[in-house]
Structures are given as C-alpha cells and as structure tokens.
Design a binder for this molecule. Structure first.
Ligand code: NAG
Length: 261
C-alpha cells in the first residue's frame, strides 16, 4: 500500500475516534449510577428493558419499584396512596433515570450535595408524557417541583407547611407542566412521536432494541455541529443545524489530501 493510502486510513481512524464522543453510551456521575454502562442480566420488572446495557445495578432496579426505597427515601404517597396506574410511570421514570446509558447529550452539572451531575431538558416523546399525565391526573400531590421544598424532618418527604393536597390536574394543568416542572426541567415536553428517533422513550419494547441509542446519536451529532446553539433553539434553527457537518469530520480531509504522493 502506498504511504499516502496508509496515512489516509490512519487519519480516517483518528477521525472516527475523535468523533466517538463522550456523550454516547455513558452514565452520569450521580448517587447510584455505575461508572460505565454494561450488561445487567437480572434487572427487575419495569427496568428489565435496559438489561443488555445499563447504568443501574440489579439492586437499584429492584429498589426503583419500592415505596420509600433506599435510593432516595422518596414517598410517592405524600397525599394518600398513589394509584398503581400512576405509580408505574414514576417507576418507569426512575428506571430511565437510573438505567439509561443514552442520556449523555443532556447531562449537566448539578448544584446539589448528593450528585455531581443531573439531566436537563431530555426531549421526552409526546406519548410518554401524555400517558403519564393521563394516568396521574386524578392522583393527588401538594407540590409542583418534587426536587425541592419538602419537609424531610422525618427522613422521608412530607408536604411542607401550608401546602395543600390537590389533584395533579390542578397542580399540572397540561402534560408539559407535569413532565417539565416535576423534576426541575430534567425533561422537555416535545411533539415528537415514539419511534421517530427524535425523542427519548421512557417505555420501549426491548425485542426491537433500545430506540434511545439512535436518539442520543442524533442529538450528540447535532450538539457537536453547533454546541453554542443547543440551548433555546427554535425549530427553524435546529433544522439548519442538522444540515451542518460536525467540524471534526472535516479537519483531516485537507490534511490527508496534502499528504498524498
Ligand atoms: C440493595 O442494597 C441496599 C444497600 O446495600 C440494601 O439495604 C437493600 O436491601 C438492597 N435491596 C435489594 C432489593 O436487594
């Protein structure tokens, strides 16, 4: 093989590794996450779709199904018992948060004592958000943001003084209010549909593989091609960003051409 061709191959390889980025197949640095994803054959119940590649351990997946589990001592039943049809969405939300290795593009610094990283603005599929809201609209809660402001005096969260227990449909008038506000913007409501490759699915059938792998790739690529524009971009702008090639892919080309004999 000519020297030029060898160099081309080397450069192509280095481009691939340079663009194989830190946003894909990663676990966030938080309370219970593994340091990196891998197979977990014994994931429990609703977390089992992630068993081929997960950031959670089997223990975490079991705990995700328990009330006031050792994970966060969080009490779903702070305004009376949360009905199972609603609770299953919170279990699934916990499974996604703890187990998904595909949230890299939305990992952000967290300003809290119990975790270094959090997720911010994960684009949740319309159906996942709307079904969550639909199944919970008659459940009852006293707070809009479940991340802060609780009374933790007893070791589990209780409604703070002066807050009233009201139906979800009052606290969260629209599905977007629930998905976005409950965990301080961890999720973003979208009009993208399940299976579109443009939104993260909380629920999926593992028989067809994990659909969020491609979604993360799409957004990681978009973020590389216009990192500064990821925040608050309008739909028209994101359309343009998609057409731009990520710059690391372009750098080696002129170099490679120069080195040809
Ligand atoms: C998970 O691990 C914790 C801490 O070691 C333990 O207290 C808990 O009982 C375990 N849960 C399950 C379901 O095994």
């Amino acid at each position: 093989m000519a020297v030029g061709q060898v160099l081309l191959v080397l450069l192509a390889a280095s481009t691939v590794s340079a663009t194989k980025d830190l946003l894909l197949n990663v676990c966030m640095d938080a309370k219970h996450h593994k340091s990196k994803p891998g197979p977990e054959g014994l994931l429990h119940g609703q977390c089992s779709p992630w068993k081929d590649n997960a950031c959670c351990t089997a223990n975490t997946s079991s705990e995700a199904h328990r009330d006031q589990s050792y994970l966060y001592s969080f009490n779903w039943n702070h305004c009376g018992v949360m009905p199972p049809k609603c609770k299953r969405h919170f279990i699934q939300d916990t499974c996604l948060y703890e187990c998904s290795p595909n949230l890299g593009p939305w990992i952000d610094k967290a300003d809290s004592s119990w975790r270094r990283e959090r997720i911010l603005h994960v684009p949740l599929c319309k159906e996942d958000c709307e079904e969550w809201w639909e199944d919970c609209k008659d459940s009852v809660t006293c707070k809009e943001n479940w991340h802060k402001g609780w009374n933790w005096a007893t070791g589990t969260n209780r409604c703070p003084w002066g807050s009233m227990c009201r139906p979800f449909s009052h606290v969260f008038p629209q599905p977007a209010d629930l998905c976005e506000k409950i965990w301080s913007n961890s999720y973003k409501y979208t009009t993208e549909h399940r299976g579109s490759g443009r939104c993260i699915q909380m629920w999926f059938d593992p028989a067809q593989g994990n659909p969020n792998v491609l979604v993360a790739k799409h957004y990681a690529w978009k973020k590389r091609s216009s990192p500064a524009r990821m925040k608050n971009v309008t739909p028209a702008e994101t359309g343009k960003a998609v057409c731009a090639l990520p710059w690391p892919a372009l750098v080696p080309l002129p170099l490679a051409l120069l080195m040809l004999p």
